[in-house]
Design a protein around this ligand. Sequence first.
Ligand code: HAM
Length: 430
Amino acid sequence: MSAFQAPTGTRDVLAPESARFAAVIAHFADTVGRANYGLVVSPMFEDEAVFRRGAGEQTDLVTKEMYVFSDRGGRTLALRPEGTASIVRAFVQHHPLVPFKAWYCTPAFRYERPQAGRYRQHHQLGVEVLGVADADVDVEVIALYARFLAKVGLERVELKVNSMGDRECMPAYKATLAAYLGDHARELCDEHATSHANNPLRVLDCKKPECRAVAAGAPRLSESLCEPCASHFARVLEGLDALGLAWVRDELLVRGFDYYTRTTFEFASHALESAQNAIGGGGRYDGLVELLGGPATPGVGFGAGIERILLAAEAEGISRLDGAALDVFVVDITGGGAARDLTDELRRAGISADRAFDRRSLKSQFKQADRSGARLACIIGPDEEATNTVTVRGLRRPAGGEDVAATSSDEGQERIDRDRVVAAIAGRLA
Ligand code: HAM
């Protein structure tokens, strides 16, 4: 074992997995870019109060999971545990024009119990829209996420939706729920038996069977929604139907942060274990901008975990995220100068190309060419050098990725004049 390992709950993403990681980001950037969302890049750490106030003092995120530290100037900072509070802080600081439609791609840090699909550093793709109260924008962000998942190729997904009410109707519901939980306190899990009064909604979110049983009989939020919240939610559902997006109502979907109002939603992958099957979620947070010191401004958005999307893609056997094969590997046994020049010329012509360095033997260069997965090899030996030509031939992919030395096939081998070779390869690849 090497002296240093990636910290518990974190992982290194190397090629070829990283090609899938990059493909997911590219699909996302394309989807949201076409809907006029602009990328926001903001610091990985903030004043700890941004996240504490944002998510809510009593949330697990704040009480158990946040990475909080003091810097050398004595400031109390936190590593970003989620994207929304950062975007809202930036919005309040820079007061851009509304609607402010932002997207981001960011690592997020949570001190969680690591397991498959649950990490201490995960990566989120997300969007936030600030300054729009219209229920149609809730539909827009949900539809964007659904369209993105379709591009990735995921099919076994389910959209769950709910409404959390607002500051008019939520407090009364919380009181009703608190009274019900008080009557059933002894049946709750150990944690919630004592803490349910602090934040009764968390019990609805608890995955323990004891709490789930109590939650199943709890008063329903849908029965407490005020008229404006009920009609907002009806408009959201109407929009989802109009766009052909299948949904299920999940009245227990309250999500882990206190900032949510009205619409909440989550996409679950049925290809994953149920405990970690949320591949994205979000909702409306109409009070958050004010909470972080800005003017009353509605907001809505979602965050989606890249690692979970990749796990779901793997479980569904999706191959379209795999990186494109390398086009050409240049094998040069005349000293390397020819490989240097030809590789550069190929790349400038938009053909992907690689080569060996350090004046390796022919055998070693072919081994590397095979391992590269390239479709074609360009070979420059003393004969080619003398006649100012290049030999081009197809490469066989090593079966199952195993190392096979010199598996070049003679199929389609041709000797081409050096000054015609780039055009000839472009034609052959097309
Ligand atoms: P969240 O549900 O906490 O929401 O996280 C969003 C997504 O990040 C989850 O659905 C999941 O895919 C992924 N995720 C969360 N924690 C982990 C973890 N420990 N390991 C791997 N993946 C994880 C938010 O963060 C909100 N900011 C979403 C939002 C945006 N709401 C409104 N706007």
